[in-house]
Every structure is written in structure tokens, then in C-alpha cells.
Design a protein around this ligand. Structure first.
Ligand code: AMP
Length: 363
């Protein structure tokens, strides 16, 4: 396989912690990185070769960026689809604009997943409170009303338990493009990080179990504490999705695990590296970040076996003030994202600990 050679430059749209860890993985393999980000100060600027600070709609800056790189990727999915499509006319961009478009719209995303024969929550789109009421006849109560676009970490969501709550819930979202999702009765949330290379090679990491606090990921445990059959089934679903999309790069597939059939339902997909895969930096021969770089550069994918069970804890807001204690813990692999202001809810860093494969994780 011919791929990019060390010395080539990888363009990354977005400069958050995911861009930062992608740039570090790129450097490990001898690549240069060029981060394109509209912000003045951002986590990736500390670790990249080149930076462009400009809007995602700024054609002159995009033109110069495209001319300076050999391949382009992105680290968050709210980049305008038009920007990615336009850049793809100049330089290869992975994942492609079509995938980005599907993943930006919860309604399209669920339609795509169901068309593959993979279960999701029951759902229907709505543009008014009245339409939401008829959608609820299909999904039943309780249900979650979500904006179709730009929701993250539980933002843009409202739960309804009865007809009387629908109007207020709809109005609280402030959008006329929403999706109504039946509430899934789940025991656990898991995610699969799967990679597909430019030549179609596919490799998955073992599924991780994700525990949220205040709608923000708190802890990821890999492997998820479910039976081998479910682990295998989750991986098979994720691999089917990347194959159908002719996807290139790392894709995160988030799933609900239910006590009743269908045991697995896809919640959402993210066309990028993901917070629930950070443990792979220490727990696997190849991290999710290196895997993404390998995939988009046309290089062979790396090994994803686990050296041990992994527990990753996010350091949110003031948690980062505990860093000195964490550094004193010989088992703690500490990551600081270089953000200087610890605002509530802000992801400041994470810590990963590994355990032998045969011990019971008690969290
Ligand atoms: P999302 O932004 O869609 O990932 O939703 C954030 C969180 O809300 C998920 O991780 C779940 O814990 C919960 N959630 C979202 N949709 C549903 C659903 N249809 N049924 C049950 N819980 C949900």
C-alpha cells in the first residue's frame, strides 16, 4: 500500500483536545500538522507545527490551508458541510462530507442506521408542538425531544412524560427542526471506536462502557462489562456501518444496551475520534488517535488489543485542581489539555488507569 510518508502535513479542522491529541499522534509517526481553528487560543496550538486562525467560511484562508497540507481531517462534527465539500475539491478529506452531513442531523442519522437493519430508539421528526404530539403517538411516553442539529452533552434536549408537558418542552428547545425519540430502557451505554483505512481494511477497539454525570461523560471502562456475545455484536454493528459508508478514519458508535430485545440500539455516531476512546492511548499498542492518522494517511491500521482493563476518568472543571495528587499516584496516566481556565463543565483533562485483564472492576 502506498500512503503518505513522514514529513507530509496533515490538516486538522478544529483545535480542541481531540485535535491536540491527533497532532501529537501525527508527530509520533513523523507527520507535521496544521490546525485550522477560528479561536484565538485553543488546546491544539501548543503541539502543532502550523496554525491558521480563521473562520470556517473564509475562502482565502481555506485556500491557503489546503495548499499547505497533504490530507485533511476534522476533530468535531459541527464544521460546515460546505467547508468540507469545498476543501475536498482541492485535497483529500476524510471522513467525507456525506458522512458529516448524515451525522449532523439526528433525523437523517437514525434513518441511515435503520436502513442498515440496525435498531435505534423509535423516532419521528417534528416541526411544531402539534407534530411532536403526533410523533409521540408513534414513540410512546416517556420520550426525549431533541433539536435535530447542534446538540451535545445533553444540550438541546427535553424529556416528556405526558401530553401536558409537550408544548413547554417543544418551546424550550427554541427550534422548529426537532426529533422525538422514545425513551430507551437501558442498563448501560457503550461505544465502539472502529477504524477503516483507505484500502477498506477495518479494525475495531473493544467496546467501552460509558458512565455520564450531568449529561457529560464521566468515566469510560474498557472492555464494557457485558457478555462476550454482546461485545461481538456491538463490534459487528460498528463494522457494518463503516463498510456501508465507505468510511475512512475512526468512527465512534454510541449504543444503548437494554435488558430486552433488541439488546443493542445505536444512539448516535460521531465521524471522529471520541472522548470514550481516550484509554486507548495507554491500553493498546495503537491509540484511537494514531489509528485515525494511519487510516487517513493510507497506512496499515495498527493493533488494537488491550494490554489491560482500562478506566478513563474525565477531569471536568475544578477536578483539574487535583492534578498534583494524581501525579503522585503511580498508576495514574494524567493528561492536561492546556486549557488555563477551569470553567464548570469544561473538559480540562483526563486520567487513565490500567488493571489486569482478570480482576473485577468495581465502580
Ligand atoms: P445524546 O446527546 O443523544 O447522546 O444524549 C445524551 C444522553 O441522554 C445519552 O447519553 C443518554 O444517557 C440520554 N438519552 C438520549 N437519548 C435517549 C433515549 N432515546 N432514551 C434514553 N436515554 C437517552
Amino acid at each position: 500500500m502506498t500512503g503518505l510518508s513522514p514529513g507530509a502535513t496533515i490538516g486538522i479542522l478544529g483545535g480542541g483536545q481531540l485535535g491536540r491529541m491527533l497532532a501529537m499522534a501525527a508527530a509520533q509517526l513523523g507527520f507535521r500538522s496544521h490546525i485550522y481553528c477560528p479561536d484565538h487560543k485553543f488546546p491544539a496550538d501548543q503541539v502543532t507545527d502550523l496554525v491558521t486562525r480563521a473562520a470556517y467560511e473564509d475562502k482565502d484562508s481555506l485556500e491557503a490551508f489546503a495548499a499547505s497540507v497533504d490530507v485533511i481531517t476534522y476533530e468535531f462534527e459541527n464544521i460546515p458541510v460546505e467547508t468540507v465539500g469545498w476543501l475536498a475539491g482541492k485535497v483529500p478529506v476524510f471522513p467525507d462530507a456525506r458522512v458529516l452531513e448524515v451525522s449532523q442531523d439526528r433525523l437523517q442519522e437514525k434513518g441511515f442506521i435503520n436502513a442498515l437493519g440496525i435498531a435505534t430508539a423509535p423516532y419521528a421528526g417534528a416541526g411544531t408542538a402539534e407534530e411532536a404530539l403526533s410523533a409521540l403517538e408513534k414513540t410512546g411516553y416517556p420520550a426525549v425531544l431533541k433539536t435535530r442539529r447542534f446538540g451535545y452533552d445533553g444540550k438541546g434536549q427535553a424529556i416528556v412524560r405526558s401530553e401536558g408537558e409537550v408544548k413547554a418542552a417543544f418551546d424550550s428547545l427554541g427550534s422548529d427542526k426537532i426529533i422525538v425519540e422514545g425513551f430507551v430502557n437501558f442498563d448501560m451505554e457503550i461505544s465502539v471506536l472502529v477504524a477503516r483505512g483507505r484500502d477498506g481494511e477495518v479494525k475495531s477497539f473493544l467496546p467501552a462502557e460509558n458512565i455520564h454525570t450531568n449529561h457529560i461523560l464521566d468515566v469510560s471502562i474498557c472492555p464494557a462489562r457485558i457478555g462476550q456475545n454482546l461485545l461481538d455484536e456491538a463490534v459487528a454493528l460498528a463494522e457494518k456501518i463503516v463498510a456501508e459508508l465507505n468510511y475512512v478514519g475512526v468512527l465512534a458508535v454510541e449504543l444503548f444496551v437494554s435488558p430486552e430485545e433488541p439488546r443493542l440500539r445505536v444512539n448516535e455516531i460521531a465521524p471522529r475520534v471520541h472522548n470514550s476512546g481516550h484509554w486507548s492511548i495507554e491500553a493498546c499498542p495503537t491509540s484511537q488517535f494514531e489509528q485515525h492518522i494511519r487510516a487517513i494517511c493510507g497506512l496499515p491500521l495498527g493493533d488494537t488489543r488491550l494490554y489491560g482493563q482500562a478506566v478513563m476518568k474525565n477531569l471536568i472543571g475544578d477536578d483539574i485542581l487535583d492534578m498534583k495528587h494524581l501525579l503522585a499516584d503511580p498508576d495514574a496516566n494524567v493528561h492536561h489539555y492546556g486549557k488555563l481556565e477551569a470553567r464548570p463543565g469544561r473538559k480540562m483533562g483526563h486520567v487513565t488507569r490500567l488493571y489486569p485483564l482478570d480482576v473485577k472492576i468495581d465502580i
